[in-house]
Design a binder for this molecule. Structure first.
Ligand code: UD1
Length: 418
């Protein structure tokens, strides 16, 4: 097991390039089984979630070549419609394989997916969408077995704009007979990127980002060479860290409109932010005032994946912030750890009240989920003294070269094996 040792109190200065978005790369990798031809994806980040997805692809019979800047997936030898349960447990995004494997083999078998323990995370919307496309689903003994003689386009209205369900339905509809319309679809930039990727393979998908996605089934898809969008959550994490610690950083690779909700809050906190094309430049004196309320919402609202990191920033703002988590019911596990660092946080259900304190102090804390772990890093960078952040397995699922990038900005952070 690894830990970070962080000596807090340094301001952050410098330039960073965002990694390719984890939440785009994962569905794109799943989508690569939709063609027999080679799929090349540029800048795939070296993070555990991606490595697990590549392992799943290998186990269903794909050949993977990991080159310096390009990952090549050759699915011509894919043979299995069964997603290995051992890997499914590690990675929630394994559920995307359902749509693409169904398209490829007309059947798919998967065990219930794992991922961060941040709430119930059901997949009922995925399954009811697939049923509308003509899929028969049998749930037994922790497995989901799907079968379809043929996939047929349909009108689907999602009860909630679920990112994963929208993506899974698109993957299952892309070669279905006729037209599929997904209403109340998720609008996240990652859905738009999936649409662009599939269209570059010869698919006919339109409307992503606007709430209604229309998929016209095509007979075949071909190979593609694709560069995914930058990771808005990774970029947001560094921006929050610099805002909290003070300093000036420039992040490239993420269009500002993809994290407009965060930039809006950081400006209210007192940061100076300039944007130009895909560059975001943030300047902060490290003395921030609190905003009254931050509430997570589907895109373009404030992203749940930045709730924990932003809450860490609120801990040392002057004033009180009310945080409401509307997407995942148990996404405050990190709060108890922040308290060990001197934070004044009260959590009741989906709400956290954060009263700003003058300073945090270093402590030994445990990262129990990906974004909660990143929040502890943000807090430790600001805190006085040394912090040990134990168990990096969750953080490593989402941040490539986390400590190198932070060191480049001037943070005192090192990784130690324990
Ligand atoms: C994706 C992101 C995750 C992010 C989340 C919300 C990936 C790989 N992961 O997760 O980082 O936090 O979007 O932006 O892209 N729900 C149901 N039934 C379903 C599906 C979802 O009730 O069948 C509920 C969930 O419990 C949750 C909400 O819908 O309350 C949002 O979930 P969803 O958008 O599906 O998130 P994920 O796709 O799992």
């Amino acid at each position: 097991m690894d830990k970070f040792i962080i000596d807090g109190g340094e301001r952050l200065y410098g330039k960073l390039q965002a990694q390719s978005a984890k939440n785009t790369v994962l569905p794109l990798l799943a989508a690569s089984v939709l063609t027999d031809e080679q799929v090349k994806i540029r800048g795939v980040p070296t993070i555990c979630d991606v490595e697990n997805m590549l392992r799943i692809l290998t186990e269903v019979g794909c050949r993977i070549k990991r080159q310096k800047d390009c990952t090549v997936i050759d699915s011509s030898g894919a043979v299995s419609h069964e997603i290995p349960p051992r890997l499914t447990k590690e990675l929630r995004s394994s559920v995307f394989m359902l749509g693409s494997v169904l398209t490829r083999f007309r059947r798919a078998k998967i065990s219930y997916p794992g991922g961060c323990d941040i709430g119930l995370r059901p997949i009922d919307l995925h399954l009811s969408g697939l049923k509308r496309l003509g899929v028969e689903i049998c749930e037994e003994g922790g497995y989901i077995e799907c079968k379809a003689d043929k996939l047929v386009g349909a009108e689907i209205l999602l009860d909630f704009p679920s990112v994963g369900a929208t993506e899974n339905i698109i993957l299952a509809a892309v070669k279905a007979e006729g037209i599929t319309v997904v209403r109340n679809a998720a609008k996240e930039p990652e859905i738009v990127d999936l649409q662009n990727f599939l269209n570059a393979m010869g698919a006919r998908v339109r409307g992503a980002g606007g709430g209604t996605v229309v998929i016209e089934g095509v007979k075949r898809l071909h190979g593609v060479d694709y560069t995914p969008i930058g990771d808005r959550i990774e970029a947001g994490t560094y921006l929050i860290a610099a805002a909290s610690c003070g300093g000036e950083i420039e992040i490239s690779g993420v269009p500002p409109e993809n994290i407009a909700a965060l930039l809006h809050k950081l400006r209210e906190n007192g940061c100076k932010i300039h944007t130009k094309n895909d560059k975001i430049i943030l300047r902060s004196d490290g003395k921030l005032k609190s905003v009254d309320l931050v509430e997570t919402m589907p895109f373009p609202g404030f992203p749940t994946d930045l709730q924990a990191q932003y809450s860490a920033l609120c801990c040392t703002c002057t004033g009180t912030t009310l945080v409401v988590e509307n997407l995942f019911e148990t996404r405050y596990k990190y709060a108890a750890e922040l308290k060990r660092m001197g934070a004044d946080v009260t959590v009741r259900g989906r709400t956290a009240v954060i009263r700003g304190v003058e300073k945090l102090h270093g402590a030994r804390v445990t990262a129990s989920d990906l974004r909660g772990g990143a929040a502890l890093v943000v807090a430790a960078l600001k805190a006085e003294g040394q912090s040990d952040i134990v168990d990096l397995s969750h953080i490593d699922r989402g941040y490539a070269d986390f400590e190198y990038k932070l060191k480049k900005l001037g943070a005192k952070i090192r990784r130690v094996r324990i």
